[in-house]
Ligand binder design. Structure first.
Ligand SMILES: CC(C)(COP(=O)(O)OP(=O)(O)OC[C@H]1O[C@@H](n2cnc3c(N)ncnc32)[C@H](O)[C@@H]1OP(=O)(O)O)[C@@H](O)C(=O)NCCC(=O)NCCS
Length: 128
């Protein structure tokens, strides 16, 4: 499969990777990237569901390229499908490199979010 050259979805989160986010090798923690993806999905999910949502599952993730200190993490979201109370959101993370501004895809995943009411119970997602 050829390498994807442009991101899919809407730019939802943009944040710089700092030294505090590194592991012992000096690279950025995978968990830091995953956390930003969860936040971006939450933003897209709240917008689509017009209210609170929670993450219920994440499909498999493969890290294709490392993130390094000074790179800008850009997270893109695309609501793939909407069920009764849940929705699947395709989320991609890209690294915009510090000096070159070249973009590399770091990882992607499909997150499932569920719309919830004030009691934390699933609630129907409004039709568009
Ligand atoms: C998400 C939660 C509200 C769902 O409650 P529930 O009683 O299991 O709800 P239901 O069985 O009615 O399922 C609700 C929807 O979620 C979907 N769903 C439930 N478990 C799922 C899973 N593991 N993967 C994908 N979708 C799932 C169902 O298919 C259903 O979708 P639909 O209405 O579009 O058909 C509940 O499991 C919960 O609060 N989990 C914790 C969420 C959380 O705190 N996340 C952050 C962790 S730090």
């Amino acid at each position: 499969m050829s390498e994807q050259s442009t991101p899919r979805g809407a730019l939802t989160v943009r944040v710089i990777a700092m030294p505090a986010d590194t592991n012992a090798n000096g690279d950025i923690f995978g968990g830091w990237v995953m956390s930003r993806m969860d936040q971006a999905g939450g933003i897209a999910g709240v917008e689509r569901a017009r209210g609170r949502v929670v993450t219920v599952s994440v499909d498999a993730m493969t890290f294709l390229k490392p993130m390094r200190v000074g790179d800008v993490l850009e997270v893109f979201t695309d609501v793939e499908s909407v069920g009764r109370t849940s929705m699947k959101i395709h989320i991609e993370s890209w690294a915009m490199r510090f000096r070159t501004h070249h973009r590399d895809k770091v990882t992607d995943a499909t997150f499932t979010f569920v719309a919830i009411d004030d009691d934390g119970k699933p609630r129907p997602i409004p039709k568009d």
